[in-house]
Ligand binder design. Structure first.
Ligand SMILES: [Zn+2]
Length: 394
């Protein structure tokens, strides 16, 4: 059952397009630092962080990539990682996952991370930035505050919305291939189907700027940003990535169910906008349904795959119950540790290979059908909606 470390992995000939990930930490990590990135829980690491499906997966699948036998102790793994150094470990892990192209969300920088260009060099592939709307909006607010031009002034608040839109357009003009919203973390996903009025937005922006700016959690500003993303997605031909499902404890899980987007999805179905529902766990069935009924919805189970480890196949199978096959994309959502990029790819390949092998054995589909299917899920579906990133549908 278990693949040997040096044996060819499932779908090894199929290149992946990792359509949502982040950079990796550019320093060597001790065990507590490594463990703190091996969880969505806050605070320092602890000895129990390896004692999980994800920890088992690191020991089983990452260890051979670094030249160890499978299943070393956490201490042995970190010793080997330190001997190789963060850069060589990263090179090996990114290249071993089989992704050739990475779309990198540059808007979350709690650690010192590689830029997309640095990631591309380490991975020997291509990387493109994805613009996080909330980060752009907050940076524009900070700049206004620092210049002393905005505080408590609704005229400047009106200017803020224009400046945010210009800043997002500038990032796209500079090469961003997608937009991203983390509204799930701020207000939840029950975003009103209609955009807020200009007067309401100006009032809310004035209040926010007058309070010193910072993290945007005002429901009116959150809704305005999402609708800006929808509008630009349609106009510029870029998908709007939406965080859904689990994440760090800033998220209120019940408010991150993608089904809460139903009204917005219904209203925008014919606008040309494309929604990429990221992660989705534990709502992968809800997300699959949304992709089933709304043609402008794409879905993935990135982030979930490395975290659920041995259950990745079950999670992917649930997504594929209703999701049209053209809507399912691959992402790792690797952040900080290249182990997460690698495991996102390795375990997703293994899960999909297992499912497809079962279907072939059951005469559900032919081998050529299966070959086409895995290439579309691995890269072709994403390449069809992000501008200029792929080698064409697989
Ligand atoms: Zn992410």
């Amino acid at each position: 059952m278990a693949d040997r470390p040096d044996a060819p992995g499932p779908l090894d000939g199929v290149a992946l397009l990792d359509h949502h990930c982040h950079g990796v930490v550019t320093t060597d990590l001790d065990l507590p630092e490594f463990e703190s990135l091996l969880t969505e829980a806050p605070g320092p690491g602890g000895p129990d962080r390896f004692d999980s499906a994800l920890g088992l997966a690191v020991r089983r699948w990452c260890a051979p990539v670094l030249g160890l036998e499978p299943h070393p102790s956490p201490e042995e793994y970190l010793r080997r990682r330190a001997d190789l150094g963060w850069a060589e470990s990263t090179r090996r892990l990114l290249r071993a996952g089989g992704a050739r192209t990475w779309l990198v969300d540059t808007g979350y920088t709690a650690h010192n991370l590689t830029s997309p260009d640095e990631l591309a060099v380490l991975a020997d592939g291509r990387a493109y930035p994805v613009t996080r709307l909330e980060a752009v909006a907050e940076n524009v607010g900070s700049a206004a505050r620092d210049s002393g031009a905005a505080a408590g002034n609704t005229g400047s608040a009106a200017g803020w919305t224009d400046s945010v839109e210009q800043a997002v357009r500038a990032e796209v003009a500079a090469g961003a291939v997608g937009l991203k919203t983390v509204v799930a973390y701020r207000c939840g996903l029950a975003v009103p189907a209609e955009p807020p009025s200009a007067a309401t937005v100006t009032h809310a922006a004035g209040r926010w700027l007058g309070g010193g700016g910072g993290r945007i959690a005002d429901p009116v500003l959150c809704a305005w940003l999402v609708h800006l993303g929808v509008r630009l997605s349609a106009e510029l031909g870029l998908p709007l990535q939406v965080h859904t499902g689990f994440g760090d404890p800033d998220v209120r899980l019940h408010l991150a169910n993608p089904a809460l987007l139903s009204d917005l999805l219904a209203r925008t179905r014919h606008t040309g906008a494309v929604f990429m529902l990221l992660h989705c766990w534990p709502y992968q069935r809800d997300a699959g349904y949304l992709a089933h009924v709304f043609g402008h919805v794409r879905v993935d189970v990135g982030l979930a795959v490395p975290y659920v480890g041995i259950r990745a196949r079950a999670v992917l199978a649930e997504l594929l119950e209703l999701a049209p096959f053209r809507s399912v994309c691959f992402s790792s959502d690797g952040y900080g540790l290249p182990e997460l990029h690698f495991l996102g790819a390795r375990l997703w390949r293994r899960a999909l290979a297992g499912l497809v092998a079962d279907w072939i054995a059951d005469d559900v589909l032919t081998t050529p059908d299966a070959d086409r299917l895995v290439r579309r899920l691995a890269a072709g579906n994403a390449a069809a909606v992000y501008p200029g990133v792929g080698d064409g549908p697989g």
